[in-house]
Design a protein around this ligand. Structure first.
Ligand code: DOR
Ligand code: ZN
Length: 338
């Protein structure tokens, strides 16, 4: 069974609607802490985990791994205790303003270096949204500039720190991670493998293909495909499935995020097959991540079946009077999880 090393479940009615979409296919997931208000300490993470566990269907075996949202005020002692007691699996670094609910994130990386030092000492993984937020930096360059200005600094100061550069989108990121120290790995989403930036503007503006980091040029998508399908141990799946109401996406100021949990494995199987690499799909979705995090691989399995005709995607999942639109990459997908 695959694992999803980066998922947004939200809370309340959305939580109820989306958890089964992940637990149906995935055995484990790292759950992001960017709720409103964010998960800032061990106690809040434990309570959030309980809310998630109540929703997992009885027929699914699924384990959520919790994270804490780093701020310039994060308490080192609480973080260490939460990690040592296994209530929390990792901490997430959002540069302030980088994405959805990141306002309480970190403005100055130097201010959290003592916290990162503690994490390196105890072996707690750091998950990074790797984009700078300065308004003057072009949105398509924000990942590369983060690597040059921040990630390189952290890696050099704390070579022992376990770092996951999340949802990478550029050729530069694939190269930096590949050549970086062995504790540095990266997750890749299905949408960044499936689409390039043209998909945001096909015949008009396409809010359902808007996410952060934003989709990039075709050459960057090709670089992501290359590392993901190669079996390289440093790269693995983190879907960044990020539900928003359809009305909040189809809006004059639409939210960033793509809800891809429902057909993720089907889409990935299609992409891997199209790139003659179906044999490496399991490494990307089920082995490389658990290996990096020092976890055993899952014992249960899923079965993927190739149909003669493309599968028909459902368009939305209902949440009360609202809906969440389901990611459709707009190419034929023949693989079905059965
Ligand atoms: O597109 C995104 N949506 N990127 C993120 O980093 C966060 C996510 C969300 O929470 O909606
Ligand atoms: Zn995310």
């Amino acid at each position: 069974k695959p694992d999803d090393w980066h998922v947004h479940f939200r809370d309340r009615e959305i939580l109820k609607a989306v958890v089964p979409e992940t637990s149906r296919t995935f055995a484990r997931a790292i759950v992001m802490p960017n709720l409103k208000p964010p998960i800032l300490n061990g106690k809040q993470a434990i309570q959030y985990k309980e809310r998630i566990k109540k929703i997992i269907p009885k027929t699914d075996y699924f384990e959520p791994f919790m994270t804490i949202y780093l701020t310039e005020k994060t308490n080192k002692k609480d973080l260490k205790e939460a990690y040592n007691s296994r209530d929390v699996f990792a901490a997430k670094l959002y540069p302030a303003g980088a994405t959805t609910n990141s306002d309480s994130g970190v403005k100055d990386i130097k201010k959290i270096m003592p916290v990162l030092e503690t994490m390196a000492k105890v072996g707690m993984p750091l998950l990074i949204h790797g984009e700078v937020t300065h308004k003057e930096v072009d949105i398509f360059d924000r990942e590369k500039v983060f690597i040059d200005q921040n990630l390189d600094f952290i890696c050099k100061e704390l070579p022992e720190l376990k770092i996951t550069l999340e949802h990478i989108t550029t050729e530069e990121a694939t190269m930096y991670v590949n050549q970086g120290n062995r504790n540095l790995v990266a997750t890749i989403t299905p949408h960044h493998l499936a689409l390039n930036r043209n998909a945001i503007f096909v015949g008009g503006i396409r809010p359902h293909n808007y996410c952060l980091p934003i989709l990039k040029r075709e050459k960057h998508r090709r670089a992501l495909i290359k590392v993901a399908t190669s079996g390289n141990k440093k790269f693995f799946l983190g879907t960044d499935t990020a539900p928003h109401f359809t009305s909040d996406k189809e809006n004059c100021c639409g939210c960033a995020g793509i809800f891809n949990a429902t057909y993720c494995m089907s889409i990935l199987a299609q992409i891997f097959e199209d790139n003659n690499s179906i044999k490496n799909l399991e490494k990307f979705t089920s082995l490389n991540g658990s290996n990096h995090y020092g976890l055993s691989k899952n014992k249960t399995k899923i079965k993927l079946l190739k149909r003669n005709n493309p599968i028909i995607f459902k368009k939305q999942i209902k949440v009360g009077n609202n809906s969440i639109s389901v990611f459709n990459p707009d190419f034929p997908v023949y693989w079905e999880v059965i």
